[in-house]
Every structure is written in C-alpha cells, then in structure tokens.
Design a protein around this ligand. Sequence first.
Ligand code: APR
Length: 270
Amino acid sequence: MTEPAPSTGSGQALDQAVDEAARLIFAANYVVALVGAGLSVESDIPPFRGPGGLWTKYGEPDMRGYDRFLDDPKQWWEERISRTGSYQELVDALAQAKPNAGHLALKEMEDLGYLKHIITQNIDNLHQEAGSRAITEIHGNRTKLRCLGCGRRWPLDQFAIDELPPTCPDCGGIVKSDTVMFGEPIPRDALDECLLQTEMCDCMLLVGTSAVVYPAAGFPVDVKRNGGRLIEVNPNETPLTDMSDIVLRAPAGRSLPIVMSRLREMAGAR
Ligand code: APR
C-alpha cells in the first residue's frame, strides 16, 4: 500500500490536515508527543537550529562540555553561580518564559485521555507549568539537580548548596544540573522510559523538533517501523517529513489548539 502523501499546512489545506490529525489521534490507542525547542519558540525561548536558533547564531556548542565538567566540577559550579556561563540569552529567556497555547493544548489532550505521554527534549519546565503530568525529559530539566552517582534528582529549591561541587547526601556522588550536557550520556531511567513509551505508541506527534539529535530522533522511526502513524507539527520541513502521515505545516501554538478543538467536537459527537 503506498503511503498517502503527507498533507501540507497551507491555508485551507491546514484545516483539512488538522481534521485528519484529530481523527488519527481520536482513533489511536496510545498517543505520545515527541517535543522539541520549537514548541517553546512561542514562549519566546529561542530554538537551537534554523532561523533565530542559538547554534545558528553562535555555532554548534563544544561537544566536550561534560568532559570539562568532570575535569573540574568545582570550576563549573563557580562559573554557574557567578552566571558567567555561556548562552546568557537562553538563561534569561528561560527565566521569564511561560507556557503557550501549544503547551496548554497538549495538557488538555492529556486531561481528556487523548495523549498518554510527552517525551520532551526541552529543559524549560513549561510542560509542568502548563499542568501536564506524564512527562519524560530526555535532556533533563533546568529547575532540577541530579546526582551522577545514584541518579537521584532534587528541585533546585530543595537542595542546599553548601560546598562546591555539591555532593549527594545519599551516596556522596557529585551533584550537577539535571540538564544533560553535551557529551553526557542520557540518564538511564529517562532513556528506558522513552523506549517503553515508544514501544507502546501507535501515533506519535512530532512537535517542534528538527529531528537531528539522537536517540530522540530515532523514536519516530521505531513507531513507524512498528506500524504506527506520525503527525509532524512544524512550520518547516524536517528529515521526518517524508515518513509523516500528516503534516501540520504551522506553528504549534496555532495548530495544536485547533486539533484540540476538533477532538472536543468529536468527543461531544460520540
Ligand atoms: N512551532 C513548531 N515548531 C517550530 C516553531 C513553532 N512555533 N518554531 C520553530 N519550530 C521548529 C523548527 O522548524 C525546528 O524544526 O522547531 C524545530 C527546532 O529545532 P531545534 O532548534 O533543533 O530544536 P530540537 O529539535 O529540540 O533540538 C534537539 O538539540 O542542541 C540540542 O539539546 C538540544 O534538545 C535540543 C536538541
């Protein structure tokens, strides 16, 4: 069977694509959203790639960030506390960002049972602030700390930093930001949960991700290989566009609320 050409997102075609997306989500058993920085662009947090991206402006980061941390965790902490770290533009944007209509639509999809889990590459905590609950943060969370020894996590405001580098009260391991550094392995608990969610998923929403960073970019390929469907929500093409069953070629903050309103209509008509 030839795969239907992905629906595009221009004008009235977007309406049709949104209807198709809502029908697919309504009929699916286990919808998972794979989220990238694009979802938070409408919360004024710059993406990494493409127009206005941090890597576009400043170049790809040094992939040895984690190695440098391990070489001198005390210095890393001193730089962080004195806020002389890099990407101050991102730090400032993160500090004042609020969830946008796209985050809230995903939260409502979860509330009404249409969305089972969010795998997010974002560290901005905006899913939690929007009220979503079933979340795995494959790249960590900027508002948390994590022990490198036992993997225990704390909210920033529940860990007293009285030595540099801070150490874990349970195992004595070094404590760092929960945000996964470049070159740092994905924490095992988060990766295992992503693989489990991907295994159960029969419809994956690809929301605001350029799909170039692994292992996250591989999850949609696994869903497709397992016979699942893909819905891309992105104003731009990505390497996953051609394998997507439906493409909402529009900003997430605009298209996801319309999908959610179609789902409400369909639920009401049940
Ligand atoms: N709505 C939906 N998608 C959008 C929007 C929007 N309003 N604005 C931009 N996008 C899309 C872009 O077209 C792009 O495809 O969001 C995507 C952002 O891509 P990236 O900046 O590469 O972000 P992401 O895919 O999350 O990057 C993955 O790379 O550097 C690492 O750790 C970083 O988690 C990040 C990972």
